[in-house]
Ligand binder design. Sequence first.
Ligand SMILES: [Zn+2]
Length: 83
Amino acid sequence: MTTNAQAPQKTPAPALCEPCAGIQRHWRKAPGHAELVQGTHHREDRGNGQASFTRYRCDRCGAAWEYENNKANQHAGWALLAH
Ligand SMILES: [Zn+2]
């Protein structure tokens, strides 16, 4: 007699969809993709200039992104907030 012991179900972290995975992060002027839906927007004063932040949510995989636009920072760009 055999018992069909089931392997414990793994719940892998959901993968980013292909266009999200292809976003170049933390790089000024890197493009997003067509399925990002624009959300809230705010500005912050960073001493050497204004930075503006725009939230996006991916329609395909649900990832939450924030895009920072800051002329003084070459590494301001896409950041993944939650997924
Ligand atoms: Zn996505």
